[in-house]
Design a protein around this ligand. Structure first.
Ligand code: SF4
Length: 308
């Protein structure tokens, strides 16, 4: 099947022990059935440890995280002991894939990098080309599309054409999406403060950050349009394809506008905005909103989702 990835995709490499916010801590790690069966067959003391470190609930296996929320196989240097002892093939599916996400169409797949990973966020934000999807090396074949997929691609092309109009400031591009009826009127991020504060929060100081940055929005100094465009286009490639399932084309485009403005407001509140700070804000926004099973649907509903 033909596969597409964003232009920046080949630059991504997991930074492993150099990562400051490892994905091996802070949330549940499910173990797929095939990998659980493999772990059941590993001999010796390491196999015993694997089996002791798994919990089974309703037929689903997951790692028993340590008291401070880390994977029990994450060593003190930030390396995975399953990887170092048994090799990459022994990682469970979620660990092999992360931070990649996939959108599956009828005859092709689009794969991207999730911004909850700090290195993925850095790679995305530092791209200078328009972040087009390009065919992945080694995959080929025709890409027949149904009527709905053609309508989806046409809609996405219109959204991307607006976001890639580098002749005008990014905020004007976001406003153009509203003016063109490609999304509902979203308004400033500050107008969403109360709703955002009601969402599920993972890190305890996330709500405090929202309260502070959305309380009195500051203007964003110039010079940030390029990385913020890359973030907005990432939101498009990540969230728009869901419209093929739920029909919420405009609401999903509204989500792109909302998340982009939220990111601008968070960055504007920095005393010294920097690429490093923006990268961290992307990581946090993505972790809190994109990777929550509850928060994206809640925002889509607020944006008038379920358009059928
Ligand atoms: S968050 Fe990203 S860079 Fe860090 S360990 Fe996970 S995949 Fe690697």
């Amino acid at each position: 099947m033909r596969e597409y990835v964003p232009v920046y995709y080949p630059r991504f490499r997991c930074t492993a022990s150099a990562c400051r916010h490892t994905c091996c801590a802070g949330w549940e790690i499910d173990i797929d059935g095939e990998t659980a069966a493999l772990y059941a067959s590993v001999p010796g003391p390491f196999g015993e440890e694997l089996r002791r470190s798994m919990a089974l609930a309703n037929g689903e296996a997951r790692f028993l995280m340590t008291g401070n929320g880390r994977c029990p196989f994450l060593d003190d240097t930030g390396l995975c002991r399953i990887y170092t002892r048994l090799g990459e093939e022994a990682l469970c599916q979620i660990c092999r894939d992360h931070p990649r996400y996939r959108n599956v169409f009828s005859s092709w797949v689009e794969e991207g990098l999730g911004m909850c990973c700090e290195e993925a966020a850095r790679v995305i934000l530092t791209e200078t080309e328009k972040a087009r999807l390009i065919p992945r090396e080694g995959t080929a074949g025709p890409r027949p599309k149904g009527r709905r997929e053609k309508a989806f691609l046409a809609f996405r092309d219109r959204v991307l054409a607006v976001l890639w109009d580098r002749a005008i400031p990014l905020e004007a591009r976001l406003s153009s999406l509203e003016a063109a009826g490609l999304c509902p009127f979203v308004g400033p991020a500050a107008a969403w403060r109360e709703r955002l504060l009601c969402l599920e929060a993972l890190e305890k100081d996330w709500r405090g950050l929202l309260e502070e940055r959305l309380g009195a929005e500051r203007p964003l100094p110039g010079g940030w349009d390029l990385p913020l465009e890359q973030a907005a286009v990432y939101f498009v490639t990540r969230h728009l394809p869901g419209a093929l399932e739920d029909g919420a084309f405009q609401a999903r485009c509204g989500l792109v506008v909302l998340l982009s403005r939220l990111l601008c407001a968070l960055l504007a509140g920095e005393d010294r905005p920097s690429l490093e700070r923006l990268t961290d804000l992307c990581r946090r926004l993505s972790t809190e909103i994109e990777y929550s099973d509850e928060n994206v649907p809640a925002l889509l509903e607020a944006l008038g989702g379920e358009e059928g």
